[in-house]
Design a binder for this molecule. Structure first.
Ligand SMILES: Nc1nc2c(c(=O)[nH]1)N[C@H]1C(S)=C(S)[C@@H](COP(=O)(O)O)O[C@H]1N2
Ligand SMILES: [Mo]
Length: 510
């Protein structure tokens, strides 16, 4: 085969798959965003990837892990479609078969989504058929004029015509993708959220006393805005669940099953609390933590309506996207502010933080407690059920470990000798922070000044003024929780139940 034929074949492969994917998006927009072949395959990969791959992705890409996966998939697909084009030109119909396999993979991925319905297969089937047709047509017409032995006997396309047809296809695919996006976004949930009125709290959050936020530049603010709040979940696509469609089904080891609607929820007196949420995947010094004002309903009250059997010890919560968390019932019923949350910092929950309803349980890592888009509660036992991450090698019980972090000075920064303000934040939710100490190089531990404690469920800022001497120095910090336990020096990785170790920072003075 001459070079032009290869190039045309490769372009045909890419164009055919691109058109197929765009048409798939368009059809999915009319059915369900979860039926999109591309997204469904991505979500399938997320759920079936081994633990090491997930850790690698979070370590390498942090909260951009989803984008990294989608880009990686795009590159993989591009390479395979180039190969499919060439194969189709050389050995038809092998290339078409490869493209058809793509469609089949899409069907399998979409049909195994937790919310799957028979119609979820349609976008992938349509995408596969369109891609095969486009590939076959382009490979026939796109055959280079210098090739001998044209089996079809059909007139070959000039270079100009080939380029024209491919150009048209690219424009059509682009338009389909844009329309698909528009249709998907017009879906009422964002608009519903914008209009939603939340109740005022019967029990408002206590005012934030002066001195809670030391307001030192470079220190993480006491309260995290919704826009700055970290996001961790397995949802490649944010679930779109309206308040009308929302229901919470409570069942399992209960005296009486019950189903709660949004209106039922609104009838319960609301509670507002400031609570710090942290992720088990947070590395020492990491920023997978945030502190927000949550408006919600005591989970304990809802459970007591159903009546929990005495031998139950686990609340298995399921999200509309199929994700699950397993929370010790003791943590939900011991009087702490475990909330079924509808509001975040005075607004309805942002879609990516669990709209319309999620959980927040003080003192437990998010993966065992903070189920977003929650729709189902099964009262069960830890020896009978296990949740999403526990099945993948993470812990079963995961109370938050004490953590402290230096927020300023910036890493590897240079400051002049003399007083340097070192400051940061520390947390040990539901126990509280009693002390933070700072150490310079191998020197003695020095007591930092603590900001006012808002509550034991929130993080606490600290600061310490250092009389800095010229040279390179390493600063360390460690916190003591209210039980008197000092943060251990030993570094432990986040898996299975949270990282330990002292945070440190290297600085230059001079
Ligand atoms: N449905 C669902 N809920 C979820 C998760 C998830 O993957 N899916 N991740 C949990 C984890 S690991 C954490 S740390 C918190 C993070 O909540 P945020 O994204 O609002 O900060 O959500 C929890 N709730
Ligand atoms: Mo997490």
């Amino acid at each position: 085969m001459d070079r032009e034929k290869y190039v045309r074949a490769a372009i045909s492969g890419v164009a055919a798959t691109g058109v197929g994917l765009a048409v798939g998006e368009l059809v999915a927009a009319a059915i369900s965003p979860f039926a999109s072949p591309y997204r469904a395959v991505g979500a399938f990969l997320v759920d079936h990837s081994p633990a090491w791959a997930r850790e690698f992705a979070i370590e390498r890409f942090g909260t951009a892990d989803k984008t990294a996966l989608l880009v990686g998939m795009a590159i993989g697909i591009l390479l395979i479609t180039v190969a499919a084009g060439v194969l189709q030109a050389r050995r038809p119909p092998l290339g078409a078969l490869v493209v058809a396999c793509f469609g089949a993979v899409g069907v399998v991925a979409a049909m195994t989504r937790p919310t799957a319905h028979l119609t979820y297969a349609i976008p992938s089937v349509v995408a596969g058929v369109v891609a095969v047709i486009v590939l076959v047509v382009l490979c026939r017409g796109g055959r280079s004029a210098t090739t001998e032995g044209d089996e079809t006997g059909k007139p070959e396309w000039s270079r100009r015509k080939f380029v024209g047809v491919v150009g048209l296809l690219v424009v059509a695919a682009g338009a389909a993708a844009v329309v698909a996006r528009q249709v998907a976004e017009a879906g009422g949930v964002l608009r519903e959220r914008a209009r939603l009125r939340l109740p005022t709290a019967a029990s408002p959050s206590p005012a934030i006393p002066n001195g809670t936020d030391v307001a030192i530049p470079g220190v993480t603010p006491f309260q995290t805005t919704n826009a700055a709040f970290y996001r961790i979940d397995t949802a490649l696509q944010v679930p779109q669940l309206s308040t009308d469609d929302w229901q919470l089904h409570v069942h399992g080891m209960v005296d009486e099953e019950l189903t709660l609607t949004w209106d039922d929820l609104m009838d319960i007196p609301a509670v507002e609390r400031i609570i710090t949420l942290t992720c088990v995947s947070n590395e020492v010094g990491g920023d997978l933590a945030g502190n927000a004002r949550w408006l919600g309903y005591p989970m304990r009250d809802i459970l007591s309506r159903a009546g929990i059997r005495p031998d139950a010890d686990m609340l298995l919560s399921t999200s509309v996207d199929g994700w699950t968390s397993g929370t010790p019932l003791s943590a939900v019923t011991d009087g702490r502010d475990a909330l079924l949350v509808v509001g975040m910092n005075g607004e309805p929950l942002p879609l990516e933080h669990g709209y319309p309803v999620r959980q927040v349980v003080p003192g437990l890592y998010g993966f065992v407690s903070a189920c977003k888009w929650v729709i189902d509660w099964e009262i069960t036992r830890f020896d009978r059920a296990s949740a999403y991450w526990t099945k993948r090698g993470w812990g079963e019980q995961a109370p938050i470990k004490t953590a402290s972090r230096i927020d300023r000075p910036a890493p590897l920064s240079t400051s002049p000798p003399g007083p340097v303000v070192v400051a940061g934040t520390a947390w040990a939710q539901h126990r509280g922070i009693r002390a933070v100490e700072v150490r310079v190089d191998d020197g003695p531990w020095q007591k930092a000044t603590l900001a006012t404690q808002y509550s034991t469920d929130t993080w606490r800022q600290w600061h310490w003024t250092w009389d800095a001497t010229p040279g390179q120095h390493t600063l360390y910090c460690r916190a003591t929780d209210a039980t008197g336990a000092v943060q251990p020096e030993r570094r432990v990785a986040p898996i299975p139940d949270g990282a330990t170790g002292w945070h440190s920072r290297v600085l230059r003075i001079g």
